[in-house]
Design a protein around this ligand. Structure first.
Ligand SMILES: [Fe+2]
Length: 195
């Protein structure tokens, strides 16, 4: 700790600026650090790869919800503005659950936007504003991508004996995404024509 005497008294520097530090990674992405969880590393590696894919897609979907929350328009503006934000929060909770599952299997979770952008299977969304119907269509497509992969991965995890990953994919990812699809889909239903 440095002390400087000035005309007004003493200035204490408690924080020292440190130039960009570089050090070796302690674990590379794509590797498994074995943990005592009674699961073979080869099984953990498959689950980690699958979970990172769902994680990248879920982070992308969460971003889509926030974009649509900000940019929504039309007579259902307020309803959709609120709905999109609720779904954003629930997808963001899933992101954390998925990332922590990756780490608890001894893996390294994908985390940064640029890495997520390279990995996601969800088509790129334009920067500009789109109609509410287009927003909902894009979201439904993204949900179906996640549901399709999550169902296949859940079966694979069950067959491998990774019950924790199977449970997360079924109880959290699949159920949440199915619910979100239901809530979105009802906005696209045309009211019945009067007779
Ligand atoms: Fe907001």
């Amino acid at each position: 700790m440095l002390n400087k005497k000035t005309a007004n008294g003493s200035i204490v520097e408690r924080v020292h600026a440190v130039s960009l530090q570089t050090s070796k990674e302690i674990q590379h992405f794509g590797t498994i650090g074995k943990l005592p969880i009674a699961l073979e590393s080869s099984i953990c590696a498959v689950s980690v790869e699958n979970l990172n894919q769902v994680l990248a897609d879920t982070k992308t979907l969460a971003d889509m919800y926030k974009k649509h929350h900000w940019q929504v328009s039309g007579p259902t503006f307020y309803q959709l503005h609120l709905l999109y934000d609720n779904h954003f929060k629930e997808q963001t909770d899933l992101v954390d659950t998925l990332a922590e599952r990756v780490q608890s299997l001894g893996g390294v979770s994908v985390a940064m936007a640029h890495d997520v952008a390279e990995m996601t299977l969800i088509p790129r969304v334009p920067r500009g504003r789109e109609t509410a119907a287009t927003q909902i269509s894009r979201l439904l497509h993204a949900h179906e991508i996640i549901l399709k992969e999550a169902r296949a991965m859940a079966r694979q995890a069950a067959e491998a004996g990774d019950d924790g990953t199977n449970d997360l994919l079924v109880s959290d990812v699949i159920r949440t995404n199915e619910m979100h699809v239901w809530f979105l889909s009802e906005h696209l239903v045309e009211p019945a024509a009067p007779r």
